[in-house]
Write a protein that binds this ligand. Sequence first.
Ligand code: NDP
Length: 244
Amino acid sequence: MEIKFSGHRALVTGAGKGIGRDTVKALVGAGAEVVAVSRSSEDLESLVKECPGVQTICVDLADWSATDTALSSIGPVDLLVNNAGVAILQPLLAVTEEAFDRSFAVNVKAALHVSQIVVRQMIDRGVSGAIVNVSSQASQCAIRDHSVYCATKGALDMLTKMMALELGPKKIRVNSVNPTVVMTDMGRIGWSDPKKAETLLNRIPLGRFAEVEDVVQSILFLLSDKSSMINGSCLPVDGGFLAC
Ligand code: NDP
């Protein structure tokens, strides 16, 4: 199944590292023009060296007004990947207000806000579009020390469904991918300890964590016309973890 995005323009958040970075590269490889949004300028500079032609925007998406300013002249966008996310791990009784606010600001508020900016101009242009929110298996399953992270991803799944409900009539589809652990910088924070990793691996029927490529291919599928009747779904990319 070959997926092509020639003639389409995509915006990917959290594009500096991990899943977002490889999503940008895959979209470019499939012929899309890409706007890469992230927080660290050095990541964006190295991304442009790898993928000349990618437009970059450096902004902290937790900041609502800075996001408005930074994305004010993004131009037409047909495909959006809300991927930027943080995982601040704390036991329930140690959760701080700062960690709570930061987590919801990046993982939920920014996804809503960037979608508003992109969707308004999709509607003005009268075009169809597709949005993928990068959620997690943690949206549907309690994981030790992940209270706030789980809560943000649960909220993101519900936001995905609401966006699908309200934007479907405008021919804009919205879905999420819900991966298990992926050994990016974020994955390593929580799961580098082999003993801890084993407890989770034992609950994944396929017996392995996800590769970045597993997630990227699922994102591309949900952005593409191959999934033209899929709207409001939260697709596990978890080797069967959530099925058990
Ligand atoms: P990484 O930490 O490897 O990369 C996250 C990227 O998002 C970085 O480039 C980071 O920039 C950027 N980012 C974070 N906060 C902001 C912000 N406020 N504004 C702009 N950019 C920001 O994470 P992953 O690639 O692993 O994760 C990507 C998504 O996948 C996240 O939503 C995560 O929750 C989800 N996910 C990850 C899993 C995993 O095990 N890795 C499992 C399930 C879901 P910087 O480094 O400069 O802050």
